[in-house]
Design a protein around this ligand. Structure first.
Ligand code: C2E
Ligand code: CA
Ligand code: CA
Ligand code: CA
Length: 277
C-alpha cells in the first residue's frame, strides 16, 4: 500500500518537482533496501581543464527503486543521517568504490574516486582505521580515495569531526572540501584541516561569465587554494563559456553536464572514447 501511495505521488509528470519533493520513505523502507543491497553508485567524470584528460570520478549514490524507478540521494540521505543508517550505507558504498578502484587498477587505470562523506559518519572516530583496512585488503593506495566533505556541515561536532579528518589524512586519504563558498566559515576551516582539493560550488560557476562578482569570487578561491597547495575543481560546468573562463582562471579540474553526467561504471569507457575524440 505504501508503494501504491508512493507511485501515485510520483506519477504526476507535470508536477514532478512537487511530487518528487514529497517523496518520503520510512526508516523501515531504507533498512530493507540496505538489507537487499539496493543502493548503487554512479560515477561522474572529473577532467583536467588544461587537457580534458580524465583523472578522477565522483561516486554519487543512486537508489534504483524496484517500483518507482531511480531515486536521487536528496530523498533518502537526510533520513539515513537522522536514523544512523548512514553509517552502514557509507561502508557499503565505500566497498563498492574500492572494488571499482581495484577493477580500474587491474586495467591499468589509476583514476581517483571521490566519495561523499556525511558529517554524521565523521563522529565515528573508528572510521579512518576501518577504511585503511579496506584499502590494505585490496592493495589500494589510500591517496586514490578522495573523501568529499561539505564545509558547512563541519560546524556540528566540530572537535570530533576534526579528529576523524586528521586521522583520515594521517592514513593517507585525500580530503576534499565540497560546495566551497556556501558555508559561512570557509576560511577558518581551511587552515584547520589539511584538505588537498577545493570544489567550487555550482552557484559560483553559473553565469560567472556575465556576473563580475561571481567571477571575482571564483578567481579569489582558485588563487587561495593554490597558495595553500590545494587543487581546484569547478562543479556543475554546463557550458563551453564556463569552461573557457575556468581555463583562463587556471582552475585545475572541471565536473559537470558539459563533460558528462553521473553514469554506471560500465558506461564510462564509452563516454571516455567519445569525450577524447
Ligand atoms: P554534491 O556532492 O555536491 O554532488 C554534485 C551534485 O550535482 C550531484 O547531484 C550531481 O549529479 C549534480 N551535478 C553534477 N554536474 C551538474 C551540472 O552540470 N548541473 C547540475 N544542475 N547538476 C550537476 P546528486 O547525485 O543528486 O547528489 C546530490 C547530493 O547528494 C550530493 O551533492 C551529495 O551532497 C549528496 N550525495 C550523493 N551521493 C552521496 C553519498 O553517497 N553519500 C552522501 N553522504 N551524500 C551523497
Ligand atoms: Ca560531492
Ligand atoms: Ca558539491
Ligand atoms: Ca552539493
Amino acid at each position: 500500500d505504501r508503494i501504491r501511495e508512493l507511485l501515485m505521488l510520483y506519477s504526476t509528470p507535470d508536477n514532478l518537482e512537487h511530487t518528487v519533493s514529497s517523496l518520503h520513505f520510512t526508516e523501515k523502507d531504507l533498512q530493507k533496501a540496505l538489507d537487499d543491497d539496493q543502493f548503487i553508485l554512479h560515477y561522474q567524470p572529473k577532467v583536467l581543464v588544461r587537457s580534458g584528460r580524465l583523472v578522477a570520478v565522483e561516486a554519487l549514490c543512486r537508489w534504483p527503486h524496484p517500483d518507482i524507478g531511480m531515486v536521487s540521494p536528496a530523498h533518502f540521505i537526510p533520513l539515513m543521517e537522522s536514523t544512523g543508517l548512514i553509517h552502514e550505507l557509507t561502508h557499503r558504498l565505500i566497498d563498492q568504490s574500492l572494488n571499482q578502484l581495484r577493477n580500474n587498477l587491474d586495467n591499468s587505470k589509476a583514476i581517483a574516486i571521490g566519495v561523499n562523506l556525511s558529517p554524521v559518519v565523521l563522529t565515528d572516530t573508528q572510521l579512518p582505521d576501518e577504511l585503511y583496512k579496506k584499502t590494505r585488503a585490496l592493495n589500494i593506495e589510500p591517496e586514490l580515495l578522495t573523501l568529499e566533505i561539505t564545509e558547512s556541515t563541519l560546524i556540528e561536532n566540530a572537535a570530533r569531526a576534526l579528529e576523524t579528518l586528521a586521522r583520515l589524512k594521517m592514513k593517507g586519504f585525500s580530503l576534499s572540501i565540497d560546495d566551497f563558498g556556501t558555508g559561512y566559515s570557509s576560511m577558518q576551516q581551511l587552515n584547520r584541516i589539511p584538505f588537498s582539493e577545493l570544489k567550487i560550488d555550482r552557484s559560483f560557476v553559473q553565469s560567472a561569465n556575465t556576473d563580475k562578482t561571481r567571477k571575482a569570487i571564483i578567481e579569489a578561491n582558485i588563487n587561495l587554494a593554490h597558495t595553500l597547495g590545494m587543487e581546484t575543481v569547478a562543479e556543475g560546468v554546463e557550458t563551453l563559456e564556463e569552461w573557457h573562463l575556468l581555463n583562463q582562471l587556471h582552475c585545475d579540474m572541471a565536473q559537470g553536464f558539459l563533460i558528462g553526467k553521473a553514469m554506471a561504471a560500465e558506461d564510462l569507457p564509452e563516454w571516455e572514447q567519445q569525450w577524447t575524440e
